[in-house]
Ligand binder design. Structure first.
Ligand SMILES: [Mg+2]
Length: 380
């Protein structure tokens, strides 16, 4: 055995990497050996990252619905707890925050086809008549506006990085039309560059769709065969490695590339509450409804503030900071409609000695309007 071989044997053992060595056909110097180890180590680290990402993609995209019982036990339905929710709003202004995909619209194969129904649009429009209402989404603000088409709302696109108040066409004089906030504007050229690189890198992966959301980029893999998720993750990682100022997050069958700034849907919620004059107020009850991991930031803000309620839209039990659940967009619509019905009764109760909640409950089970609310000719 030569001295060099002795040195090699000691290095391998001390690093504990003997099994990782490829078969070597020639003697290596200690430096060459260390470089070999490092190369192998970096490659394994990269593989682990990709594997971790694919595992995470699977975890956020469950293919089987188990049981909704845990969801009901741990996070009760916002519909069955409706009276408690509106009861907590006594003396407070309800402010509504609504995610879009999977909350107001069904999740569909093609993200460009995620239209909301006419009935849902009517429900959102009616809610916005009574309560300040914001759409908070990962989508580009213009894109989500093209789906929602309601000028009287606040829109927070790109995960809250692009916030705008109601348009001038909105007749609501109280609406804060001046709100416009873009905390990541310096990232615009970088995001555009990354979008183009991702389109190029993923074009060979069938079903992958890259969406430019202005301040972030989404890579949808809903239509990608699961066998190709690893290849997709690798391509996304390879692009992202060139941009240390960007980070990767995940939604439902979507990878999202965002600036590393500390801004998310939770911060957007706080910003909007402040813009509405409720920054440090106890006279507000924010309600945030969303279905995604990125909505958890907003649920957490509400939990930390001890104010308002987060409502998770999900058919399956999930770890969440939300207080309640709704199973799907149709239940969101029902919740919004009930909120409007309840508010209408509240505004009509002027001469009633009953609380609007009493009347609402009465209406829900068997509606007998109090005589003080009956107009001549019927109706209330
Ligand atoms: Mg969503």
């Amino acid at each position: 055995m030569t001295n060099q071989q002795n040195v090699v044997a000691v290095d391998v053992k001390s690093l504990g990497l003997r099994n990782l060595l490829p078969p070597v056909t020639k003697s290596l110097s200690p430096t060459e050996l260390k470089m070999l180890f490092m190369k192998r180590f970096e490659a394994e680290k990269g593989d682990n990252k990709i594997n971790g990402l694919v595992d995470s993609m699977r975890a956020s995209s469950p293919t089987r619905i188990k049981s909704s019982s845990a969801s009901i036990v741990h996070h009760p339905s916002a519909l069955s707890m409706f009276e408690q929710i509106v009861g907590a709003s006594k003396g407070k202004q309800i402010v509504m925050f609504l995610d879009y995909d999977g909350t107001l619209s069904p999740i569909v194969e093609d993200p460009d086809q995620a239209f909301m129904s006419t009935e849902m649009r009517a429900a959102v429009r009616d809610v916005a008549r009574y309560f300040p209402t914001a759409i908070v989404t990962g989508r580009c603000r213009d894109k989500v506006y093209s789906f929602v088409k309601l000028p009287g709302l606040y829109y927070a696109g790109s995960h809250g990085m692009d916030i705008k108040g109601p348009s001038k066409r909105c007749k609501n004089k109280k609406a804060n039309q001046g709100v416009l906030f873009q905390p990541a504007s310096e990232f615009l050229p970088m995001i555009d560059e990354v979008y183009k690189a991702l389109v190029e890198k993923t074009k060979s992966i069938g079903g992958a769709k890259v969406e430019n959301n202005k301040f972030c980029v989404s890579v949808h893999f809903r239509r990608v065969d699961e066998k190709s998720w690893g290849a997709l993750a690798e391509q996304v990682r390879s692009v992202l490695n060139q941009y240390p100022k960007l980070k990767l997050t995940q939604g439902r069958k979507v990878l999202e590339i965002r600036p590393t700034i500390k801004w998310d849907k939770g911060r957007a919620l706080e910003f909007l509450l402040a813009a509405l004059g409720y920054g440090n107020s106890n006279d507000v009850l924010p309600i945030y409804i969303g279905d995604d991991r990125t909505d958890e930031d907003a649920f957490k803000v509400l939990r930390d503030r001890g104010q308002g309620f987060g409502i998770l839209v999900s058919k399956i039990p999930k770890e969440t900071n939300a207080s309640y659940t709704l199973q799907e967009p149709s239940e969101v619509k029902e919740f919004l409609r009930r909120l409007v019905d309840w508010k209408k009764i509240c505004t009509r109760r002027r001469s009633s000695t009953l609380s609007c909640l009493d009347i609402y409950i009465d209406k829900k089970f068997e509606y007998h309007p109090p005589t003080c609310l009956i107009k001549e000719g019927g109706g209330i």
